[in-house]
Design a protein around this ligand. Sequence first.
Ligand code: NAD
Length: 248
Amino acid sequence: MTTALAGKVAIITGGSKGIGSAITRELASNGVKVVVNYNQSKESAEAIVNEIKANGGEALAVQADVSYCDQAERLVEETKKQFGQLDILVNNAGITRDRSFKKLGEEDWKKVIDVNLNSVYNTTTAALSHLLEAEAGRVVNISSIIGQAGGFGQTNYAAAKAGLIGFTKSLALELARTGVTVNAICPGFIETEMVMAIPENVREQIVAKIPARRFGHAEEIARGVLFLCQDGSYITGQQLNINGGLYM
Ligand code: NAD
């Protein structure tokens, strides 16, 4: 395949479901060798790997809970072992544990910070030396509109996602001269399991507030990742808002 990204190697954390699976497919269909990280979703990870291989692409599923440093390190090591390089790191893994602050226990606070924010330290620190060796290394962090605007019952998630934006800008500054770009994508409400878990009446209220009057599609986030990886050599430290106009 002769696209600009052909032959590059990408890790997509939580890459087997929801937005992550759309990113995996988009990169793979542009010739990228994809490492589909999963924590518990073995079946969906294997299914997407088989689908990509059947379409002539290269893919590998690697189990790792990226909220643990040693597992993130193993994820990067297995990538290097299989594909010999690492060009693109998409930090997509995330969870919610929504509770109003009064009811938010320490465990739900810590878990959300660990999976959404500390994981990004874990994977990025493990990947950094390889990204620096790459011709045009890319880090794309999947943050959220909630990190920009806040969300009721989401102090833990908003803190983690806002933290990602600060992380993105700071690392972008440190790496700008190396050619490695670091950007965040801030999706609005995207039709995945995470959003479909919101009660229907609340979902209807959310859609009514979105200027585009619909939820986004995972593929619309995936195309943003592709753009940053393919055409983003002079774009770094940015937040790309893909939200139907909900936050400007
Ligand atoms: P999802 O629940 O469908 O997918 C999340 C993925 O992360 C899953 O594959 C899950 O297995 C994986 N994951 C969770 N914990 C993990 C861990 N410890 N280690 C490795 N993988 C782990 O959710 P989604 O909607 O596709 O969300 C993807 C990302 O986009 C998340 O970071 C989420 O916060 C963010 N986001 C989603 C929306 C939305 O509307 N869906 C909006 C803004 C931001």
